[in-house]
Design a protein around this ligand. Structure first.
Ligand code: 3H9
Length: 701
């Protein structure tokens, strides 16, 4: 097989070109190729060396698919040390994103140039790792402690012009990168620029104090993740110890991170996110419909958020509601939201104005007839949604995609209200839709392939993470949520309080406890959804009794200043409310429940194993395509901590046999009807198979 790295000589400069699509990951063959190139340059009579990449980007870092397997020589740290030790001037030329090990190759080069729209970054932290090829030692020497810590603990890439200012790169190239880089090298040679080894550079004065000053901030932002603190320790070594010693500690901590379950979880999330965008049985080249104009039906909170997401991605949007007042109200909320986005520095004033200008209000269906995609976001009522779809069927041009943003309703029934069910799909956004990243894409048996492919692509264009679901009540996320919330509320009746249940889950790592989430979303949402169900399908009334009392007494959550908690009107801080505990005790009494001490471990296991059991049922029924998809739904839609890998990865990591044993025990204590093990869980335990193996043996994705 030919090497992905070539070496040739241009104008007496040795050019090492890496060509390893799609992202020039530093696989074994690439590492060996770079090493050979550097050695070749050392032996040949060249004046300097250029490291450059073919394709859409400079290297995206180490090859993540090799992680977890025994490392093979040459290891990246050896390669970067050889680059730096080269006695010819080495220059790296960057385009796209130079990430992780890719940027470490550049940091070990003697000079760095880049095109202006390139970016550099050290995103290892997002995989639970740290830069392991000298990045933690070289970045503070080049860019200073504050920049280095920010770059490495956030994992967010830095645009080239900013990197130039920070000293992380030396030169911006205009026009063609290769020609510009060669001209830059010639100018360095003409100026007798020295071979400048980053490892030999001094650190800034007061660097150790700067590191100490950042410790608390990094620990707070880490929220239970260990990698950011390991990164900080490496930076401390970089500024207090000689380079060789610091590098040795970096290597030890890199190896430790690699074996840390947090990294295994985050690597699972990385691939799960990418797999979630793939639809089984749908070829990658499935044709797509053109989407330029988008219409939204319903100018409420959801419709407005969806309109913003589409407008932010450059689509023209028509926002339709029944009367002028409703439209005006919706547009004014959008104005306020854009104002907030500008205030928080997320968009410039000009950019916000341009996005807002793409959104028009209307009350006329005729005005949206030529939209390519229409997304219905009206009140959660099946009859109303059917009426809207009948109207859309009568109005929209042929070939338009008709989407519903329903959270629970039967998309088949909605599609049946039209004469074109092949064009109907569910696009379930999460609130606030312009902020939340998840998008559940709900296919019916009749949804056309090109509608599916177009919807997936549209999701990515509006910067959402799409996950495919089949039709069932609540789809993937809300169906699982109902079990999670059921257990939260039962724990309340059995002896917990909103504060104790939330604290247990937050300490475990959830972004927000379940009862606070209920207050944030509005307790009336679930109340109304339950009311719309036939009484036989509303579940055990005792589960929702406390919530029902809260809603009926006007405590709808944060928006009314009280729900499971009271809220400080100025700070929105939650305040435990003894009145709520009284309601809980009264309801427990009504149902003859003797309250007891219920510890954090029981709360966590009941909520999480309930979640995992329902997730496994969903995978077993084919509602979700694969276990990783369920994990992505929970991470991006429900605040599940990524370093725990999602509910199913977590169940796999603690052992499916343990999970099954606990579910059986809960069944004996709390009722088999609530705790029937998912058939897939029983099957995997019987076969002694992990979920990861099961997924791999199914199709690898
Ligand atoms: C590291 O470098 C450790 C070192 O410090 C020390 C070592 C000793 N490896 O995201 P996309 C695949 S840790 C293998 O859809 P985009 C990806 O799975 C690494 N594969 O494209 C996908 O495959 P498929 C630090 C990789 O344009 C395809 O490429 N680096 C890698 O939206 C396209 O990816 C990172 O963490 C990889 N490193 O975004 C960077 N990267 O088509 C991780 C991607 O089969 N990568 N693939 O599904 C990214 O952030 C994005 O992929 C990138 C492109 C921004 C580069």
């Amino acid at each position: 097989m030919s090497s992905p790295v070539s070496f040739d000589v241009v104008d007496n400069i040795g050019v090492i070109t890496i060509d390893n699509p799609p992202v020039n990951a530093l696989s074994l063959a690439v590492r060996a190729g770079i090493q050979n190139g550097i050695r070749e340059a050392g032996q040949q009579d060249v004046d300097a060396v250029l490291i450059i990449c073919a394709g859409r980007t400079f290297c995206a870092g180490a090859d993540i698919t090799e992680f977890g397997k025994p490392p093979k020589s040459p290891w990246l740290p050896e390669v970067v040390d050889e680059i730096e030790a080269c006695d010819k001037l080495v220059v790296a030329a960057l385009h796209g994103t130079a990430l992780g090990g890719g940027f470490e190759v550049a940091l070990a080069s003697h000079y760095r140039c880049a095109v202006a729209d390139a970016a550099v970054g050290l995103p290892e932290v997002k995989l639970g790792l740290l830069p392991g090829a000298g990045g933690t030692q070289r970045t503070p020497r080049l860019g200073g402690v504050v920049t280095a810590v920010k770059l490495m603990t956030s994992g967010v890439p830095m645009p080239a012009p900013q990197a130039l200012e920070a000293g992380l790169i030396d030169h911006i190239v205009d026009g063609d990168l290769k020609a510009g880089a060669i001209a830059y090298i010639k100018s360095l040679l003409a100026d007798n620029a020295p071979i400048r080894r980053t490892s030999e550079m001094p650190v800034e004065p007061g660097a150790a104090e700067l590191v100490a000053g950042l410790r608390e901030e990094v620990a707070t932002r880490a929220r239970g993740q260990r990698a950011p603190l390991r990164i900080l320790e490496c930076v401390e070594q970089a500024v207090t110890k000689p380079f060789a010693e610091g590098s040795e500690r970096e290597r030890e901590l890199f190896t430790e991170s690699m074996q840390d379950p947090q990294s295994a979880a985050l690597r699972h999330v990385f691939f799960a996110e990418r797999n979630a965008g793939k639809i089984r049985g749908l070829p990658r080249n499935t044709p797509q419909r053109d989407i330029e104009k988008v219409a939204i039906i319903g100018a409420g909170t959801m419709g407005g958020g969806i309109a913003m997401s589409a407008a932010n991605a450059g689509f023209d949007v028509q926002l339709l509601d029944i009367d002028e007042d409703a439209v005006a109200r919706g547009l004014s909320v959008i104005d306020r939201n854009y104002g907030g986005t500008v205030k928080r520095g997320k968009l410039s004033e000009d950019a916000a104005r341009a996005c807002r200008a793409r959104i028009q209000g209307t009350t006329e269906y005729a005005a949206i007839a030529d939209a390519d995609l229409v997304i219905e976001a009206v009140f959660e009522n099946l009859d109303l949604k059917k009426k809207v779809f009948a109207q859309l069927d009568a109005t929209m041009k042929p070939g338009a995609i008709l989407a519903t943003n329903t959270s629970y309703q039967d998309v088949d029934a909605i599609a049946a209200a039209t004469g074109r069910p092949q064009d109907v799909i569910g696009l379930h956004f999460f609130s606030p839709a312009h902020v939340m990243n998840l998008l559940e894409i709900v296919r019916t048996d009749k949804t056309a392939d090109d509608v599916l492919a177009t919807s997936m692509a549209f999701a990515k264009k509006i910067k959402k993470v799409p996950v495919l679901s089949r039709v069932c009540y609540g789809f993937i996320g809300n169906r699982m949520l109902s079990v999670y919330m059921r257990e939260a509320q039962l724990c309340l009746l059995e002896g917990g309080t909103p504060a104790s249940v939330d604290a247990a889950m937050e300490e475990w790592g959830m972004a927000m406890g379940p009862l606070s989430v209920g207050d944030l979303a509005g307790l009336d949402v679930g109340y109304k959804a339950r009311e719309s169900l036939p009484p036989g399908e509303r579940g055990d009334p005792k589960v929702h009794r406390v919530t029902d009392i809260l809603v009926e007494s006007g405590r709808l959550g944060q928006k009314t200043g009280a729900g499971f908690y009271r809220y400080d009107p100025d700070t929105r801080k939650r305040i435990p409310d003894p009145e709520v505990v009284e309601i809980i005790e009264k309801v427990a009494n009504e149902y003859g429940i003797t309250r007891r001490d219920i510890d954090a471990e029981e709360i966590v296991e009941r909520l999480l194993f309930g979640l995992a059991n329902e997730g496994l049922r969903i995978v077993g029924e084919g509602i979700a395509q694969r276990p990783g998809d369920v994990d992505i739904v929970y991470i991006y839609g429900y605040g599940f901590p990524p370093h725990r890998g999602g509910p199913l990865h977590y169940a796999d990591s603690v052992g499916l046999d343990h999970v099954l044993a606990r579910i059986r025990e809960f069944g004996e204590r709390f009722g088999e009807e609530l705790w029937t093990p998912a058939p897939l869980l029983e099957e995997l335990v019987a076969n002694k198979q992990s979920l990861a193996d099961w997924q791999e043996s199914n199709d690898g994705v």
